[in-house]
Design a protein. Structure first.
Lengths: 338, 338
DNA sequence: TCTGGCACTCATGACGCACGAGTGCCAGCA
DNA sequence: TGCTGGCACTCGTGCGTCATGAGTGCCAGA
């Protein structure tokens, strides 16, 4: 078990390293922190911390830097979440309040997060499966070609073309539209399948094929996980990553371009609270030298999507976590209002 | 005036430099190209080219590299557009044919362009102002709160909330919806303002305020240039930019995050054909060490949006131009079909 | 258990030096 | 007039040497 002071030493090392980006030595530590002991004692503590795998030295005669395991301990036991200052809160609220539609909300959120944390921000659009249907619209583009538009309570709009097996009259169309809406409006996406199950039966034989096709398309739209969209921003902050450039940021940029990877990244966090993945805790190899801080946000009590930031493992965890949490809360409020 | 051979020397320098990324000397030139003259002669030619500002040497005792002016001459006079190979064309078509909706088309296009050119790709969504209205939908979210949805012939969907000055009945809503559609469906966005100008007058006094508000929102949606969306991809290719990393790509990443900058970048190209902006020809400072190749694309004969790539000034211009042109053509076809 | 002292390691930066790619210029030749 | 070979010169690059100093581990004493 590590003594109280050794934990204090680890905290000091993390803080200094995050600030200076340089390996920190025993002497510098005692000078910048009031540990109440001499450098020699700190050296012993550091040797112990190194044995346990919390810190490491890049070269024999250099200072120590925290390992992933060290950061993990720091985040779990030694650091809290640093709340934002009042002016920062006001700035967030003002900035987000100006949004005109969902795209704008997400866009502003991304920029805000990137600016506050000075890292790469990722925001998932409110997920379809967890939200409710506000309205379903059906239009005829041609006698046997429809457009299906689904509007969600979070303001998201999904559209699909539907090619019908047979021409579909205007009357039937209005009928279907009305019946569809009376059944699914206000309902959760996950409930829709059983709500519309028996709908084709109540139509003329001629129209049943078309109705079934429309319903199939509707369900496909709702369920389709792959359609989950997200937005990223602040990639310019990658340039503050480290010194050995291309090798580090290349894989990160590549990972950021793959929506699937990012969605998994955010999705992994099953925890309703905040999730922090440090270095090798990230499954994706390209992100092994980064840390990801993510959290769910939602319009009501429930999370409908996630957002987070990707930065170097050497990041200001308390500050980043504070910013991520605050932004998530305000976005939730905005969504609830609209 | 430059002699034929000197132009040939310039072409050789550009080609070699693009290939090797290293300053090219007189001896290497004569070895790799059949110029039919000795290195000494080439040296004289190079001195002349340098006097004219087409090439420069990084250090006194190094080879030459092309200047922006040199690339400009190369693009204008010395290089054609390299057509894609048959397999490449097939691959493009296959890849784009799989798209299910507009977002997907744009997304695939971006990835395709980035992969083909190994550079950063930018694709603008089909512009609202130049396309036509397919359908306008109005829904009541609350007695005095509506949602306006506009669907375009390119498959794009825009939505806005409308807060009404007074409650608006279901009958009035249906009436407005029908009249709106009969007037604007199938019409160009630019014609909409005058088509709806006198619409409020034909409504009850009580509803006129609401109708006017709805129309104002509609016009705002259509005109609003700032809402032009675009998608970028292939940012990982920035890592192949040069050796002096952070300084070069930082401003590029920043520029790429500002939609306004990018839209201007693509928009600048008034020319209906392909536009190439080399180095300092780009107004935005952050892009002074990049070249931009852009071209319009459209579903009919007319361009409805632009797409292009951003890469180092030292790029394979003929190949890049070929890829950009080919992709634009195929995207146009896809849009016309859907 | 902490502290001061001491020898040791080793990354870093400065300096000097040789190498060689590349140039400019010039005299000679077609 | 234009091309060519030759030659001296420049200067960036890579390499080995060396001194410096931050930082360490260990030990004896309090």
């Amino acid at each position: 078990m590590l003594s109280e002071r050794r934990l204090e030493v680890l905290r000091a090392i993390v803080q200094d390293y995050v600030g200076t980006e340089e390996p920190v030595g025993s002497k510098a530590l005692t000078e910048r922190h009031k540990l109440g002991v001499s450098p020699a004692t700190v050296r012993n503590d550091m040797a112990a911390l190194e044995d346990e795998g919390f810190i490491a030295q890049p070269h024999t005669s250099a200072g120590r830097i925290p390992t992933d395991k060290g950061y993990r301990l720091f985040v779990d036991k030694l650091a809290g979440v640093k709340p934002l200052s009042a002016p920062e809160r006001r700035a967030i609220q003002n900035f987000l309040d100006g949004a005109v539609d969902l795209d704008d909300v997400v866009g502003r959120t991304v920029r805000l997060l990137a600016q506050l944390t000075r890292q790469v921000a990722v925001v998932q659009y409110p997920s379809l499966t967890r939200s409710t249907v506000r309205h379903v619209e059906l239009l005829a583009l041609a006698p046997a070609r429809l457009m299906l538009v689904v509007i969600t309570d979070t303001g998201r709009v999904e559209q699909r073309h539907v090619d019908c097996p047979a021409p579909f009259g205007e009357a039937s169309l209005a009928d279907l539209r009305a019946r569809l809406n009376s059944r699914v409006a206000g309902r959760r996406f996950s409930d829709v399948p059983q709500l519309v199950q028996d709908l084709p039966e109540s139509f003329d034989r001629d129209d049943q094929g078309t109705v079934a096709t429309v319903l199939a398309t509707l369900l496909e739209t709702l369920v389709e996980e792959s359609e989950e969209r997200l937005m990223i921003g602040g990639t310019a902050n990658l340039t503050r990553f480290g010194h050995d450039f291309p090798l580090v940021i290349r894989p990160v940029l590549e990972a950021l371009e793959e929506q699937v990877v990012l969605l998994k990244l955010l999705g992994e966090a099953k925890d309703p609270g905040m999730t922090v993945r440090i270095g090798h805790e990230n499954v994706h190899e390209g992100l092994n030298s980064t840390s990801v801080v993510s959290v769910g946000y939602g319009s009501g009590g429930e999370a409908v999507a996630k957002l987070g930031v990707v930065g170097p493992t050497r990041m200001d965890y308390p500050g980043t976590m504070g910013a991520v949490r605050a932004v998530a809360r305000y976005v939730g409020q905005i969504l609830a209002e609209s």
